[in-house]
Design a protein around this ligand. Structure first.
Ligand code: NAD
Length: 246
């Protein structure tokens, strides 16, 4: 409880708090992360292979049948108590912005507004040739009709999901995220192993640091507070503390 109080006090005192999330915030919504052992989904396929730019271009059959299939499963997930607590913290003015590495759309569904999805999202896809945007459901329907790779209705180019694939260039919005953390006076990391670059560099820019994560991170030693508890338990407690004025 002492750590929750300490984290809440830091958030209250801070003028600009940025919150950074990773796959761990969504495990309680049924989406496995990459690094917790024994979680089926990612053990059957190698995400670094099936969700890579190389596979998209050189083996589209594999990309859409194995990699894209995983993304299609994620689209039905719903936000959990952690996502909802974050959305409410933002609404109450405690958060300047939320940076997420997740592509699962759950912060949006929970109502977060000032959101930087630095690895993209599963709401849309784009034509590789003409850039035409299409909804994820349209891509899904094309694939279900065995159109692999799915084709753009305008120019017949291939459509790809708007997520940052392994091998893609610097994530969209990443420069803004970098500036946001540099200008902040507190960074709260939630559910991330902090091992995937370049997001893993962000805590190094933070003035003060809170880490809420079940596993170790390379930044634990320099953090002001480290809480090793589930985000769906910790975040509602912090929210309660913030609302209580205690
Ligand atoms: P990661 O898998 O490297 O680390 C997740 C961390 O969350 C682990 O250290 C684990 O101990 C912790 N964790 C798991 N469940 C938790 C819980 N309930 N409460 C607190 N901590 C919990 O994830 P990462 O750092 O985000 O990096 C993986 C990369 O893969 C990212 O780019 C991410 O976008 C992507 N990814 C995204 C999703 C998603 O969109 N939901 C899922 C898997 C991977």
């Amino acid at each position: 409880m002492y750590q929750i109080k300490k984290a809440s006090e830091l958030i209250k005192k801070s003028n600009r708090t940025v919150l950074l999330t990773g796959a761990g915030i969504s495990t309680e919504s049924g989406i496995p992360d990459f690094r917790t052992p024994g979680k089926g989904l990612w053990e059957k396929v190698d995400p670094m292979e099936v969700l890579s730019k190389n596979t998209l271009y050189n083996n589209p059959e594999k990309f859409y049948k194995e990699g894209f299939k995983i993304l299609m499963g994620i689209i039905e997930a719903e936000p959990n108590k952690g996502h909802l607590a974050i959305a409410e913290m933002e609404k109450l003015g405690f958060l300047d912005c939320i940076i997420t590495q997740n592509i699962d759309n759950l912060h949006q569904k929970a109502g977060s507004k000032n959101l930087l999805e630095v690895h993209g999202h599963i709401r849309t896809g784009s034509c590789i040739e003409c850039g035409e945007k299409v909804s994820f459901n349209i891509i899904k329907n094309k694939i279900n009709k065995n159109q692999i790779p799915p084709k753009c209705n305008k120019c017949n180019g291939n459509i790809r999901p708007d997520v940052v694939l392994f091998g893609d260039g610097l994530p969209e919005d990443f420069n803004t995220a970098w500036d946001k953390v540099r200008e902040s006076d507190l960074l709260v990391v939630v559910g991330s192993s902090l091992t995937v670059a370049p997001v893993s560099y962000l805590p190094g820019l933070a003035s003060r640091l809170i880490i809420i994560n079940l596993g170790d991170t390379p930044y634990d030693d320099m953090a002001d507070v480290v809480i090793r508890e589930k985000t769906g338990i910790v975040l509602p407690k912090i929210l309660k503390y913030l609302k209580s004025g205690g």
